[in-house]
Design a protein around this ligand. Structure first.
Ligand SMILES: NC(=O)c1ccc[n+]([C@@H]2O[C@H](COP(=O)([O-])OP(=O)(O)OC[C@H]3O[C@@H](n4cnc5c(N)ncnc54)[C@H](O)[C@@H]3O)[C@@H](O)[C@H]2O)c1
Length: 333
């Protein structure tokens, strides 16, 4: 296992959970979190690391190559885990330019900084890993009725949204650095994550907050779109396994294969909220269909057998348990 992690986007949802996972499971480790603290990142997400001398926070933008290189020179990480991104599909539909700037150019700057850092390290580059966190959305979607097809890691990239296009482009740059410079990078393509500290704009936190506010749960279109849902704790275990045992140059799909339509997810939240709303004399939550997202992908499905076979990773937290825990935490906060 690496001894020093540089985690970009570590003040965001998955990044902060990963930092907590590493500090909680590895003794003698150091973690450097780099985050620009955009609308999506917050130091409150790193509260658990306060006073932990093994952790350092650096506020910086991954697009600043020289700054990233100087952080690497100073801290000497043996693993970069790259979460930093503009991550909200709806925002990318409103305005795509920042997605190109951060997700594509930012990843390229970080790759360049890493390449120079590794050149300076000479033979001490042995064992170094650059883990690029990507998404199932790069493969595009499948028809709802096709419940058999699953995308393997070698499937062609057919992104639909500007967000997915920017992630696919960043994956391509990572692969080009593997091939051209021998950069020991790995790509993890993950399905939808959920869990603590997810931004309130995202589907599940938005639904829970509406229910708590006594408002109808807004559901895009018919709600038939299917996603696979992975608890963030399981995702962090997968990324740690990739950091420890992943093959340089490899791509790993990471999924629970727990596929649910959006309306099923909304209904599960309504069910799980019932005891709380009854105890607080609130109206039962309802679901309201709203105008569909433009170009809304229908179904995502990952084949994650490589991750299981090569790394021995499988997901462990069932959806009902994960949602129940999340609602318990939200209603006791
Ligand atoms: N959330 C999911 O379900 C999911 C699924 C698959 C893949 N991913 C990928 O995982 C990664 C993390 O996703 P998330 O949901 O935690 O995102 P998030 O939006 O919660 O966090 C992103 C973090 O990146 C930071 N950031 C943004 N621009 C930056 C910049 N220029 N420089 C430095 N930091 C910057 C933000 O401040 C924030 O803390 C992303 O790359 C995303 O594409 C997410």
């Amino acid at each position: 296992m690496p001894k020093c992690f540089l985690v970009t986007g570590g003040a965001g949802f998955i990044g902060s959970n990963f930092v907590e996972h590493i500090l909680g499971t590895q003794s003698g480790v150091r973690v450097i979190t780099v985050d620009a603290l955009t609308y999506a990142g917050s130091l409150a997400n790193l509260e658990f690391a306060k006073g932990d001398s093994r952790h350092r926070f650096v506020q910086a933008d991954i697009r600043e190559e020289e700054v990233m290189l100087s952080v690497m020179r100073a801290e000497k990480p043996d693993c970069v885990v790259h979460f930093a991104a503009e991550s909200h599909v709806d925002r990318s539909i409103e305005s795509a330019a920042i997605f190109e700037s951060v997700n594509v150019c930012g990843t390229l700057s970080l790759l360049e900084a890493t390449r120079k850092y590794l050149d300076e390290r000479g033979e001490r580059r042995e064992g170094f890993r650059f883990i690029h966190i990507s998404t199932d959305e790069v493969y595009g979607d499948l028809p709802i009725e096709d419940t058999q097809t699953r995308f393997k890691e070698n499937a062609p990239l057919r992104p639909s949204s500007p967000y997915a296009a920017s992630k696919a482009a960043s994956d391509m740059f990572v692969l080009s650095y593997v091939r051209t410079y021998g950069l020991p990078a790995i790509i993890a393509r993950m399905c939808n994550n959920y869990g603590p500290r997810q931004h309130s704009e995202k589907f599940i936190p938005c639904m829970i907050q509406c229910a708590l506010a006594g408002e109808a749960l807004p559901l895009y279109g018919t709600g038939e779109n299917v996603r696979e849902w992975l608890h963030v704790e399981d995702a962090c275990r997968a990324i740690a396994a990739i950091a420890e045992r992943g093959r340089a140059g490899g791509i790993y799909n990471v999924s629970s294969n727990d596929a649910r339509s959006n309306i099923e997810v909304a209904q599960a939240i309504v069910r799980a909220m019932r005891p709380y709303v009854a105890a607080h004399n609130m109206p039962q939550p309802t679901i309201e269909h709203v105008a569909d997202r433009l170009g809304h992908d229908r179904r995502y499905a990952l084949d994650a057998t490589k991750c299981a076979n090569e790394l021995g990773w499988t997901s462990g937290i069932g959806f009902d348990q994960g949602i129940g825990d999340l609602i318990k935490a939200s209603t006791s906060a």
